[in-house]
Design a protein around this ligand. Structure first.
Ligand SMILES: Nc1ncnc2c1ncn2[C@@H]1O[C@H](COP(=O)(O)OP(=O)(O)OP(=O)(O)O)[C@@H](O)[C@H]1O
Ligand SMILES: [Mg+2]
Length: 242
């Protein structure tokens, strides 16, 4: 575990946050907070605004209006937050070299690289594949390597944008198990998916988005057993939100 002084990244609070590009509203007056605890799962159809919400919560883009805060601050550094994008890009190097690069970027001292490398490879189940070219890994293995790279930052909050989108059931299960491991270590996971089953399996709380708005946000049991809005009821029933 890291000895670095704690930085309060949570709660991540959105106060009337909107985000627009060239006058087109992509997120519309979001009032919501990600709080410590089990994974928060952002769910909704294509184009709902899930990725944009994650990018805002990570601090990669700024609200056009409204305010986003991390632990009450608008300027909390990104150093203890990490994000895995929908289509992670690997360096044209070995698995281990990709991880060493991430450790270097995270400011981990050279003396600690070997130990951390071993720990991260074991955590994501890639201990045997350290010497393989990263770009030759299967989709599921690449996703797990991307997770390990993100964990090199020793994050307090880990954002995962549709981490299982193109994976088969076995690879999906491996990533979902890893998400549970990471959450059990006390890391706050915020992930997006358009897979209702995945949300049921992993979520502590659910945020349903549609057309740039939050339709409903509640703890997972309430969301699935007793959805309040018509949109959430239809989504949980498996109808298409268009
Ligand atoms: N920088 C941008 N410029 C213009 N339009 C954008 C930009 N970023 C997002 N959008 C648009 O905003 C909407 C929401 O995009 P976003 O990627 O957040 O949705 P999503 O819920 O992640 O969708 P998906 O499930 O397909 O990944 C989309 O219509 C997208 O085209
Ligand atoms: Mg997306």
């Amino acid at each position: 575990m890291s000895m670095r002084a704690p930085v309060a990244n949570l709660p991540i609070h959105f106060d009337d946050v909107s985000f627009a590009v060239h006058g087109v509203t992509i997120l519309d007056r979001i009032n919501f907070a990600f709080v410590p605890g089990a994974p928060s799962v952002v769910i909704g159809p294509n184009g709902a605004g899930k990725t944009t919400l994650l990018r805002l919560a990570m601090g990669l883009i700024q609200p056009t209006s409204g305010r986003a805060t991390w632990g009450g601050r608008t300027d909390a550094p990104l150093s203890r937050r990490a994000i895995v994008f929908q289509r992670p890009v690997m360096l044209r190097r070995s698995v281990a070299a990709n991880l060493r690069y991430a450790l270097e970027a995270a400011g981990v001292s050279r003396a600690d690289h070997d130990a951390r490398l071993g720990e991260l490879l074991a955590l994501v189940g890639l201990a045997e594949l350290g010497d393989r070219p990263a770009r030759k890994l299967s989709g599921g293995e690449q996703q797990r390597l991307a997770l390990a790279r993100a964990l090199a930052k020793d994050p307090q909050v880990l954002f995962l944008d549709e981490p299982t989108a193109s994976l088969d059931p076995a690879a999906t299960k491996a990533v979902e198990d890893l998400v549970r491991d990471v959450a059990a270590r006390g890391i706050k996971v915020v992930m997006s998916t358009h897979d209702l089953g995945e949300a049921r399996r992993l979520a502590g709380d659910v945020v349903l988005m549609h057309r740039g708005r939050i339709v409903e946000a509640s703890d997972a049991a309430a969301f699935f057993n007793n959805p309040i809005t018509d949109g959430a009821r239809r989504f949980v029933a498996g109808e298409l939100l268009i």
